[in-house]
Design a protein around this ligand. Structure first.
Ligand SMILES: [Zn+2]
Ligand SMILES: [Zn+2]
Length: 280
């Protein structure tokens, strides 16, 4: 039995649907060995998902209260899922580097449109469709290219421990135009991105959040073999917004990784990333 871990989860400090403590209680009940809390970091554009900057001290204090209570039963860590917006706001800026966190996730949710408006790319498919029509005149390919331009820059600038849900825009983009994520240009873009990631020796998350509902991981299983060939280490996370989903999709992801040749996954233990044997 592979050790149960998850380092990507949201609570009521951002867009999660339960208090932080409920996720930790569930992790203890399910026999997790390590658990990480990673709210959406404060963001310069007001929205419903990101934590407000003024709540960060309370976020950290609540984590430490919970760690006192449960820390003998489970390894607990506090991080943030930090957005890339542009060169002035991303995980590499001093504000994030100076926060007392155990780890950081680097993710792209927002892209900047030609008129300078930041729009989120992984909300509901209908909202994404509306954005593409309004800001890109229906040119979904351009929205996707901007997503990857930001992604490449995120990787260049660094400032995080692992990359969150790469290839996520493939879901909404392929709901906009069915099959888009299987088109050669899209696959080339992801393949090039994986090469950039490998050259920086970065860890990549295999995000299992949508596996039950959409039957796909982020990145998609089709890319696992290339990732393995490139020597990219993976962290399997559920990106849980509900306590009941902290382990959702993990067994399936581990099987898919094993099929692609992976024999190890990366886990955070005693404040270090450790390459751990993948056992099904
Ligand atoms: Zn995310
Ligand atoms: Zn997340």
């Amino acid at each position: 039995m592979n050790q149960l871990t998850n380092y990507h989860s949201h609570s009521q400090f951002c867009d999660g649907h339960a208090p932080m403590e409920e996720f930790v209680k569930e992790a203890v009940a399910e026999g997790f060995v390590a658990y990480g809390i990673s709210s959406h970091a404060p963001f310069p554009v007001p929205n419903q998902c990101n934590m407000l900057r003024e709540r960060l001290p309370e976020y950290l204090a609540e984590f430490h209260r919970i760690k006192e209570l449960y820390g003998s039963a489970i390894e607990l860590y506090v991080g943030l899922e930090i957005d890339f917006l542009d060169d002035s706001f991303n995980p590499s800026i001093p504000y994030f580097k100076e926060l007392p966190l155990d780890y950081r996730i680097g993710s792209v949710h927002y892209i900047v449109t030609p008129d300078g408006t930041p729009i989120d790319t992984d909300g509901s498919p209908d909202r994404f469709r509306g954005y593409v029509d309004t800001y890109f005149g229906g040119d979904v390919d351009e929205a996707v290219r901007r997503f990857y331009r930001s992604s490449f820059r995120l990787v260049e600038l660094g400032g995080f421990d692992f990359l969150g849900h790469l290839d996520k825009i493939g879901l909404n983009a392929s709901l906009y135009r069915p099959g888009l994520d299987r088109e050669a240009w899209y696959r080339r873009l992801v393949a090039d991105y994986l090469e950039a990631i490998a050259s920086q020796h970065l860890l990549v998350e295999v995000n299992t959040k949508a596996f039950a509902t959409r039957g796909r991981f982020f990145p998609g299983e089709d890319y696992f073999e290339q990732m393995h060939r490139l020597g990219i280490g993976v962290v399997v996370n559920s990106d849980a917004h509900y306590p009941a989903k902290i382990n959702a999709g993990r067994p399936e992801a581990l099987k898919a990784l094993a099929r692609a040749g992976y024999t190890t996954v990366w886990q955070f233990h005693r404040n270090e990333w450790i390459e751990t044997p993948l056992e099904l």
